[in-house]
Design a protein around this ligand. Structure first.
Ligand code: 4AD
Ligand code: MG
Length: 504
């Protein structure tokens, strides 16, 4: 007898009636005395394997039907096409080999809290939901690279040990570099500016580090950022590239992952409506919008809607609790209710927290003063009021980094932009034209009390053939959270680093 071909589950539908072997992990199983259904996942898909009890396999059959979840195994069988099967094919098993019998798996179908799941992140990654998110992340990164490669940008890798502040003094991770302090890179930008003067259009793509001291749904302490930089480019040129990039990302992810997004609970309609040109407002417009009466009304309506929703959820929880207490309830039904109640409770807790924050957000918006940076809640408000991603341009100089180009018509502002994703997701890109005049840049370095000698090399770029130039940084995790419709960035990166969380 020949050994059957090893096959990825995703390939099975192309091999009807062939005898093949799949290798993976037991995802779920159910059985009767005569037949066991083993659902196996292998990273490419999931497949139900049907094992029938025969006179010869009684012992193995018993072992298989009690095999714990996540045991690793290889199953041999005949491929049967079945439209009702999860991947379109089933395996009529003729044999199975257990590679390792798993211990009792800690992540069960019952609802777990976020903290528990985070501590088991190394196992949680195996769930279908996390698997999908990782696949979309892969495609997003692939499209980012393709976009820059097909548009004439050269990849330049920038250092992670950085001797000078790149973005702001408040979020630095300091490390001991043989007795001298250096920082983990907050951005590759300054180095990219140097590379752009050699190559014209460049980009870097790597991990960046920010000692973010607050817990929010948008902040990680280690995240991935792609940064393009272009010589001979002014603000509008940079914005045009950002718009094309984000449009390509949305198109590609929708094209390749529509089914995944829907499974993740993402309403894809708002993504389908994304079209160029994106919206564009100035910081001053944004400040006015925040203070406007109709923004207050919008938030008040939002508050009322959320309160009504919370009341409905609470009533629903009571109803389910009552049903669960009923005598004679089937065990599977009771378990299902426990799960639903736990999920509803978690949703309600989130909602109550949001409701509690809205009055503060209303106050911050109403009292917003020209000159301060937009806060997270301000961005949420602006971005909920736009269907398209929105460029907010020309921020006050004092709210932004030293390297941004001072607007020569209105020197109170800089030629910069943030791109806010719609539906309340907020900033996914920060970018600007860079100050290219030596004297002006020196003044900005001094104003921000930065050590001039750390920037001597950077100043050289303004001494030897300085040209208008600019670029931006797009955060992978925030972009992915928006595309997948996730509440929090913690699920967008395989092993998130957050304030108070570096395990596993
Ligand atoms: O706006 P930021 O700070 O811009 C820069 O670092 C510039 N040097 C980029 C450039 O012009 N080359 O960060 C850019 C993006 C943000 O819009 C956001 O998407 C992401 O990086 N980001 C974070 N993502 C997750 N957690 C954090 N703590 C983040 N901080 C920034
Ligand atoms: Mg920013």
């Amino acid at each position: 007898m020949t050994t059957p071909t090893d096959m990825a589950i995703s390939q099975l539908t192309q091999h009807p009636d062939e005898t093949v072997r799949i290798r993976g992990w037991l995802y779920q199983s159910r059985s009767s005395g005569k037949v066991a259904f083993l659902v196996v996942r292998d990273g490419t898909g999931i497949c139900q394997c049907v094992v029938e009890k025969t006179d010869d396999n009684a012992e193995q059959f018993e072992m298989l039907r009690h095999l714990p979840q996540e045991s690793s195994l290889a199953v041999t069988g005949t491929v049967r096409i079945d439209d009702r099967a999860p991947g379109g094919a089933e395996l009529a098993a003729t044999g199975a080999e257990v590679i390792q019998q798993a211990e009792s798996y800690p992540i069960t179908p019952k609802a777990h809290g976020v903290d528990f799941l985070m501590r088991h992140r190394h196992l949680w990654l195996r769930s279908r939901r996390q698997h999908r998110i990782l696949r979309v992340r892969h495609t997003l990164i692939d499209e980012i690279r393709s976009f820059f490669n097909r548009n004439g940008f050269t990849l330049v890798d920038t250092p992670i040990f950085a001797p000078a502040i790149g973005e702001g003094a408040s979020t630095l991770f300091e490390v001991d570099y043989f007795g001298d302090p250096v920082y983990l890179a907050q951005t590759g930008q300054l180095y990219l500016e140097a590379a752009a003067m050699s190559l014209g259009k460049v980009y870097c793509f790597g991990p960046t580090f920010r000692a973010e001291k607050s817990k929010t749904r948008r902040h990680l302490t280690e995240f991935w950022m792609v940064e393009p930089e272009m010589a001979y480019a002014e603000l509008d040129d940079v914005i045009a590239v950002a718009e094309d990039l984000v449009h390509s990302l949305v198109t590609r992810v929708l094209n390749d992952h529509r089914a995944d997004l829907i499974e993740l609970g993402r309403d894809v309609e708002p993504l389908e409506r994304i079209a160029k040109p994106f919206d564009r407002i100035t910081y001053s417009d944004a400040a006015e919008t925040l203070r406007a009466d109709d923004t207050r009304e919008f938030l008040q309506q939002d508050l009322d809607a959320k309160k009504a929703h919370a009341a409905e959820l609470a009533a629903e929880i009571d109803r389910m609790e009552a049903e669960r207490q009923q005598p004679g309830l089937k065990k599977w039904k009771a378990e299902q209710l426990v799960q639903k109640i736990a999920a509803a409770r978690e949703q309600l807790a989130d909602l109550v927290e949001e409701i509690g924050n809205i009055p503060q957000h209303m106050k911050l918006a109403a009292e917003f003063e020209w000159g301060s940076d937009l806060g997270g809640s301000d961005e949420t408000i602006i971005s909920r009021r736009h269907e398209q991603p929105t460029f907010v341009t020309h921020y006050p100089k004092q709210a932004k980094a030293f390297y941004m180009y001072t607007n020569r018509q209105d020197p109170r502002v800089v030629n910069n932009f943030d791109l806010l994703a719609p539906e309340g997701y907020g900033e996914i890109i920060g970018g600007s034209q860079r100050e290219d005049d030596y004297e002006t840049l020196i003044r900005r370095i001094d104003e921000q009390e930065l050590p001039r000698d750390s920037y001597e090399w950077y100043l050289d770029l303004r001494r030897y053939g300085s040209v208008p130039h600019g670029g931006f940084g797009l955060g992978v995790e925030r972009t992915l959270a928006w595309l997948c419709g996730l509440e929090h960035v913690r699920e967008t990166i395989p092993f998130p680093r957050l304030l108070g969380r570096v395990y596993p």
